[in-house]
Design a protein around this ligand. Structure first.
Ligand code: DGT
Ligand code: MG
Ligand code: MG
Ligand code: MG
Ligand code: MG
Length: 282
């Protein structure tokens, strides 16, 4: 860029580099999906095609950004997770968030007709997403974040499943169903579903109960056993990876298959079976 007397305006730009050596979560959320889901007549409480479309767009984001090590989606939101050793875009907040939001939105719109062939997208009902980055200082808190989203999925889904069953199968008005559910706990909702409608909540689809987790699966070579996920020292070592090491890891990640799963990510088992997610290697 040639120097000019206008160039001083560049100095108004503020740095927005995220804290080093911390997990970065970029959470995106559909804007006004309450209205959008009504307009395109998404099934209540869960529209399988809408969720599959969210997941398909998120898989493309994972493929385009090999630095991502895991993602979790529920409803109209997705959380994308970068490892503490990630150096993508020099960890600039704005660049990370806007790239994820626009890449996701582009794929969501591109794939829409594949999932809703009979309901073409038309303005003013065009999907858009907001996004934010949050940093978490250690593995425990990152896992608590993921657990928080999955618990949210469970609580909302149990409520929504009960509410819409009372309305759609039980013929209740929205207000009456809402009134009856006020102050109930999980056991009460399970009982309403089972006693009144013969529905065992446990038999609902896993994608509705657990949400969706995306991660990379390595088939050819078992990743090296890694230090305990709670071992903070390992993070320090990995943050000093050489450029060639980082390139190698990126290549392995690019080749790996992105798995779409609907499993418990709160208990240790998920993480212990897939140690590369927390270790960032590869
Ligand atoms: P926002 O995020 O503040 O712009 O507003 P909304 O309307 O996107 O609200 P939010 O994100 O809190 O809630 C998600 C909305 O999307 C909620 O009203 C229900 C709707 N939604 C998400 N997934 C489904 C689905 O599978 N079926 C139906 N019927 N609605 C869904
Ligand atoms: Mg929101
Ligand atoms: Mg939303
Ligand atoms: Mg939402
Ligand atoms: Mg440019």
């Amino acid at each position: 860029m040639a120097n000019s007397r206008f160039e001083y305006v560049k100095s108004f730009e503020q740095p927005d580099v995220l804290l080093p050596n911390t997990w970065i979560v970029v959470r995106i959320d559909g804007r006004g999906f309450h209205k959008l889901s009504d307009h395109y007549a998404f099934a209540k409480p869960n529209d399988r095609r809408a969720l599959d479309l969210m997941n398909a767009a998120a898989v493309e984001v994972m493929k385009e950004l090999p630095d991502l090590c895991i993602a979790y989606g529920v409803s109209d939101e997705f959380s994308f997770v970068f490892h503490p050793n990630c150096q993508l875009f020099e960890r600039r907040n704005g660049k990370l968030v806007t790239t994820i939001v626009s890449t996701f939105t582009a794929h969501y719109i591109y794939k829409w007709s594949e999932y809703f062939p009979e309901r073409p997208l038309l303005p003013p009902y065009l999907p858009s997403f907001d996004g934010r980055a949050i940093v978490y200082p250690n593995n425990r808190i990152l896992r608590d974040y993921m657990s928080w989203r999955q618990v949210d999925c469970h609580i909302n889904n149990l409520y929504n499943t009960t509410f819409w069953t009372m309305v759609l199968q039980g013929g209740m008005s929205n207000t009456d169903a809402e009134q009856e559910l006020k102050g109930t706990v999980s056991a009460d909702k399970n009982e309403i579903l089972f006693k009144r409608f013969g529905i065992n909540y446990n038999n609902e689809l896993e994608i509705y109960k657990k949400g969706t987790v995306l991660y990379r699966q390595y088939e050819l070579e078992e990743p090296k056993p890694t230090k305990s996920s709670a071992d903070e020292e390992s993070l320090v070592v990995e943050s000093q990876q050489s450029r060639s090491q980082q390139d190698k890891i990126r290549k392995l990640r690019r080749k790996a298959q992105v798995v779409v799963d609907h499993v418990d990510i709160i208990k240790d088992e998920f993480w212990e079976k897939r140690p590369w997610i927390l270790s960032g290697n590869p």
